[in-house]
Design a protein around this ligand. Structure first.
Ligand code: OOG
Ligand code: NI
Length: 459
């Protein structure tokens, strides 16, 4: 008899918990931050029963305090392709393509995450995964050296590779193998103090771009942050200094609103770490790799809503470009609030104007209604309720802001906008899933279920 297999959802939940435990030891400020976020979440829910009820209705209440996203940066196509297989064992697939070259960061990225609503509510753990683009580095000799170092490293343990293969062949892992897989996979994300290069090469990589040094100089893609989800980012931001944490001056994303949309994020520099380089003598160095971040998630926007968001954000940034040192933060925040006044800020308008995605369910109230009517009619008649679908993805401009604030001031270089999704997908070995399609499907499925239930009751 074969042993029962664990679901990918429960392997992912175990892995997320193991990562969190590891990161707490590696980066103590992360522990402080998660305690603060949990306290503020509890206060927010106590003060706002309607919010609590809505989160319960969309199956998010239980997941909030365990919800995390992390980020890694990879060096080669082969690493990216194997990472895809590793995440697949935990039910995480690549969603979205983010080109960050526009913002002066030589990477392009995707997010590995679960996609179906039940898996998301079980555990939504996601990892923002970037691939270094050495093609954007001008110095040819340096590019060749970096390639040589990257090609020689192996970021996965032999045990991890064997278990990925076993999971692919058997269609899953049993309890003992899942346990071993989580432990082996964790090794890839751990911080390694010993660098893969000499101090001299580190310096040259660093001068080309700090991000190049962060990827090439180390034995593996250390997890560089693990982000808890807060229900009130402004309050957490305000209270962070009391805990000895100094956040970046500007919160990325939309302004503070009655109805949160998309994603708001802020980060702080967590740690400067000692590094042992590959030679005697002047071999001790320091590297800032890891940081902290918090996020608040809101309504997922339709392409129409996203286009409005993109336009208003560009308008804001054309008025005030946030300075890296935070010196014009209040002007930026004022411009953001002013420009975004144009974005409707109540759920009903957001829904009826087709700006956001909603999940439909019967209210339980009977009505003398035409069951073939539109979703809007059924909601207006009081027989269906519409709850906002939460945005599960990332935002390229915000991600660039997070990268830059943690790479240090002056890290931005100018590259011309240079998206290359085809190349990314070839390196990944699979297409990335379109995120709007996922939300549209979730909305349509909820509506179909709700209609079926209404008809059953009417019969
Ligand atoms: C990733 C930065 C982007 C986010 O939440 O948008 C990010 C990185 O620094 O590797 O984490
Ligand atoms: Ni992040």
């Amino acid at each position: 008899m074969t042993h029962a297999q664990l679901s990918p959802d429960s392997i992912r939940a175990r892995f997320a918990r193991a990562m969190s435990t590891m990161y707490r030891t590696e980066v103590p400020a992360y522990g402080t931050l998660t305690n603060l976020v949990e306290a503020v979440n509890a206060e927010t829910l106590a003060a706002d029963p309607a919010k609590k009820e809505r989160l319960a209705a969309t199956d998010e209440l239980d997941r909030i305090n365990e919800e995390r996203h992390g980020a890694i940066r990879l060096g080669t196509a082969a690493e990216l392709a194997t990472m895809r297989r590793l995440f697949a064992v935990m039910g995480m697939v690549p969603v979205g393509y983010y080109d960050l070259s526009v913002a002066g960061v030589p990477v392009h990225s995707t997010a590995f995450r679960p996609v179906d609503p039940a898996s998301l509510s079980a555990n939504p753990f996601r990892v923002f995964t970037s691939l270094l683009r050495l093609d954007l580095i001008e110095d040819e000799a340096l590019r060749a050296e970096a390639t040589k170092v990257l090609d020689a490293r192996q970021i996965f343990t032999p045990g991890c590779l064997a278990l990925i293969e076993k999971a692919e062949q058997a269609g899953g892992l049993d309890e003992a193998d899942a346990e071993a897989f989580v432990n082996e996979a964790l090794e890839t994300f751990r911080w390694h103090e010993e660098a893969n290069v000499t101090a001299a090469l580190y310096r040259r990589l660093h001068d080309a771009h700090r991000l190049v040094a962060d990827v090439v100089a180390f034995k593996g893609p250390h997890i560089n942050h693990l982000t808890p989800r807060t229900l009130d980012i402004d309050t957490v931001q305000d209270r962070m200094p009391e805990e000895g944490i100094t956040p970046k001056a500007v919160v990325e994303g939309p302004p503070s609103r009655r109805v949160p949309i998309l994603l708001r994020q802020t980060s702080f520099k967590a740690l400067e770490e000692p590094v042992a380089f590959l030679e005697d003598g002047d071999s001790q160095g320091r590297h800032t790799a890891r940081f902290g971040e918090i996020e608040q998630r809101g309504l997922a926007l339709t392409p129409k809503g996203q286009a409005l968001y993109d336009r208003l954000l560009s308008e804001t940034r054309a008025r005030v470009t946030p300075a890296a040192d935070g010196s014009n933060a209040s002007e930026y925040n004022a411009a953001l609030a002013q420009v975004f006044a144009e974005f409707p800020d109540d759920l009903e308008t957001l829904r009826t104007e087709g700006l956001g995605y909603f999940r439909y369910a019967p209210t339980g109230r009977a009505g003398d209604i035409d069951l073939g009517g539109s979703a809007a009619d059924l909601v207006a008649a009081g027989v269906l309720r519409a709850d906002p679908i939460t945005y599960e993805d990332f935002l390229p401009v915000s991600a660039a802001g997070i990268f830059q604030s943690n790479l240090g001031d002056g890290a931005a270089k100018s590259y011309s906008a240079n998206p290359n999704r085809e190349r990314f997908e070839a390196d990944l070995g699979a297409p990335v899933t379109d995120l709007h399609q996922l939300y549209a499907e979730a909305e349509a499925a909820s509506l179909a279920r709700a209609r079926a239930e209404l008809s059953r009751r009417a019969a």
